[in-house]
Design a protein around this ligand. Structure first.
Ligand code: RB5
Length: 146
């Protein structure tokens, strides 16, 4: 399995439903996933621990992208962005997902299960994975904070 086609996914208790849908969608889109948890049925888990596991998979090169789900997507983005080389974007529509990839070379998508419908969430995911980083003037900007 090449790292480019492997997506590390994780969710806290508030994002477990979406995580299941995301797994199926990734397979449909020709990706494979590594699920860091939390396991189905988990009553409570602290989102920073999940974000850390996904961030580390990207840092060590075993995964190219990450997808993290919590209630709002906000906590996961904050936690993931503390790790060097991680550019996590909390996206609530397809345009945000497209720009997060094209301009910011985001490597982690965060989603809020309490804020988004499932169809929209999957459409955001598909847009994120289908959009390439444009490089050029955006590359130099990333170098300023990476
Ligand atoms: C959990 O209740 C909730 O706070 C968490 O999933 C997330 O929304 C934090 O940003």
């Amino acid at each position: 399995m090449t790292a480019e086609k492997l997506v590390a996914i994780g969710a806290d208790h508030a994002g477990l439903g979406f995580k299941e849908l995301i797994r199926d969608q990734l397979i449909r889109l020709g990706f494979q996933y590594h699920d860091v948890g939390a396991p189905e049925g988990t009553e409570r888990v602290d989102y920073p621990t999940v974000a850390e596991e996904v961030a580390q998979m990207i840092q060590n090169g075993s995964s190219h992208f990450g997808v993290l789900v919590c209630g709002t997507g906000i906590g996961m983005a904050m936690a993931a962005n503390r790790f060097k080389g991680i550019r996590a974007a909390n996206c609530t529509n397809e345009a945000m997902a497209r720009f997060a990839r094209a301009h910011n070379d985001a490597n982690v998508l965060t989603l809020g299960q309490r804020l988004l419908g499932p169809d929209l969430a999957l459409s955001i995911l598909e847009t994120f994975l289908a959009t390439r980083f444009e490089g050029g003037r955006h590359q130099g900007r990333l170098a300023l904070f990476n």
